[in-house]
Design a protein around this ligand. Sequence first.
Ligand SMILES: [Zn+2]
Length: 266
Amino acid sequence: MRRLALLTALLAPLAAQGFTLDAPIEQGRLIRGQTSPNATILLDGKTLPVTPDGKFVFGLARDAAGTITLTENGAATVLPIAARAWDIQRIEGLPPGKVNPDPEGLKRIQREAALIKAARSQVTNLAGFADAFRWPANGRISGIYGSQRILNGEPRSPHLGLDIAGPTGTAIRAPAAGRVVLAEPDLFFTGRTVMIDHGHGVGSIFAHLSASSVTVGQVIAAGQEIGAIGATGRVTGPHLHWGVYWGAVTLDPQPLMPTPAPAPLP
Ligand SMILES: [Zn+2]
């Protein structure tokens, strides 16, 4: 009830509109909205799919800036995007070939990036995105979203996911319902990799797995086991890298969690 009161207070300025949002308009956020059934919703002029019961979703990139415009049944609301501060994370001891890949490695990376991009570009009417997300694994948070990365002393792209370190073999469970859209045994950066579509362009990627038996097309329930923590791909030790995306936009999984740290799994 406290949470509800907080949300109500947070959303009060939007009361004039018919829609409500479940998160602040902030960099890296997955934002789920509720409008009336059959309403039309546009984000910056582009139509968002709405479920039969009025749910919609969108996300804001790590470096999103300025404002967004949500238009509901023709009425526009302009909302400013709040900026966040990002950490710097230094990682030493990575295999040099995984930080500065050779030409063959670069070709492989390109091929694999296309696979991942194709999996991310699917927009389905699955409704798992509206679930209350749960921790996908028990363990210690060893890397957070947004950090500027310095790998073996060299600046690299920011870290766009959440790392949960745990012993190899630790169960990984789907944080929300969906369908498997990618299951690859050995990608250059992400090792054994599984991707789950949660619907409306939202999905999860699970990387560095030691094992997984799910197959593309398989329907997955929230909480269902989909694999195990491992140390495959570009890693210094066993952990799960969990990414959440909305199409091409990669989001911060942590604010979706019910508790600040992973709770022991049953
Ligand atoms: Zn990671």
